[in-house]
Design a protein around this ligand. Structure first.
Ligand code: KIV
Length: 292
């Protein structure tokens, strides 16, 4: 995508909001999930740092590095044409200074072809967002539950159930809008709190566990297709249960290999008979010479 395409992609989301057309966002981490998202005609694909948990097996999003996420983002880029491609900036790669934030964001655009980046949190993060946006890279914000600030192994909790916390989310959201973010993700925030805040925001809002008042929704790919195991957050709706059929397929394959019923004739390559004859004759000579 060129810079013009980026601008058009971001402008399209604003248009969807104005039209009242819900925005569909899903995560992707590789060529397969990217192709699925492309074929399903979603609006935004996020290479989320949830990759840490669902793809890389870490117990916290804090553990994924910029280099790891860049590999995944490049794979997703190869599978996408239409949706806007957003990538999370990993924990520790953008908080320290505006210079650090801009340098990391540039890597995702230049090295992986991302159209935009996403940052978690408000406060000083709004300054980081402004600095990145000032270089022409669109920034998506993320408020409410911030997985990067949950200690490894700890459970995720709803944010904004008490008035102070809810007001802090509201302040952060308005600050991030003023900082020039083109959209905001609300994660695990009670529906009435989200509804009150998003009604006053001008930029598109995307919810995950935040109810139906946002302009769009996002789900983690592995959660929605049923690949992330039996335990998942309350806000996930599973549209398929692919884990069991995948296990069954690999079990059936293992059984066929063990019983020698795979591969069958249909899975093999033929060789022209004259070439086979020549090969056999020369092979015999080769074997004799090897023995001597
Ligand atoms: O990393 C991620 O998948 C996310 C979504 C949950 C919004 O940030």
């Amino acid at each position: 995508m060129t810079a013009d395409d980026q601008v058009r992609g971001v402008a399209r989301l604003a248009q969807l909001k104005r039209d009242g057309t819900p925005i569909v966002m899903v995560t992707a981490y590789d060529i397969v999930s990217a192709r699925v998202a492309e074929a399903a005609e979603v609006d935004i694909v996020l290479v989320g740092d949830s990759a840490a948990n669902v793809v890389l097996g870490y117990d916290s999003t804090r553990q994924v590095s910029v280099d790891e996420l860049l590999v995944l983002a490049r794979a997703v880029r190869r599978g996408l044409r239409t949706p806007l491609l957003v990538c999370d900036l990993p924990f520790g790669s953008y908080e320290l200074s505006d210079e650090q934030a801009v340098a990391t964001a540039r890597r995702f655009v230049v090295e992986a072809g991302c159209d935009a980046v996403k940052l978690e949190g408000g406060g000083a993060i709004a300054d980081r967002a402004r600095a990145i946006g000032g270089t022409g890279i669109p920034v998506m914000a993320h408020v409410g539950l911030l997985p990067q600030y949950v200690d490894p192994g700890n459970a995720f909790h709803v944010k904004g159930r008490d008035a102070d916390e809810a007001l802090a989310i509201a302040r952060a959201a308005f600050e991030l809008e003023r900082a020039g973010c083109f959209a905001i993700v609300f994660e695990a925030v009670p529906q009435p709190i989200t509804a009150a805040i998003v009604a006053k925001l001008r930029i598109p809002t995307i919810g995950i566990g935040a109810g139906g008042a946002t302009d769009g929704q996002v789900l983690v790919f592995h959660d929605l297709v049923g690949l992330s195991g039996p335990r998942h957050p309350r806000f996930v709706r599973q549209y398929a249960a692919l884990f069991e059929p995948m296990v069954a397929s690999v079990r059936a394959y293992a059984s066929d290999v063990r019983s020698r019923s795979f591969p069958a004739q249909a899975h093999t390559y033929a060789v022209p008979p004259d070439q086979l004859e020549v090969f056999r004759a020369r092979f015999d000579q080769l074997m004799v010479s090897q023995d001597n």
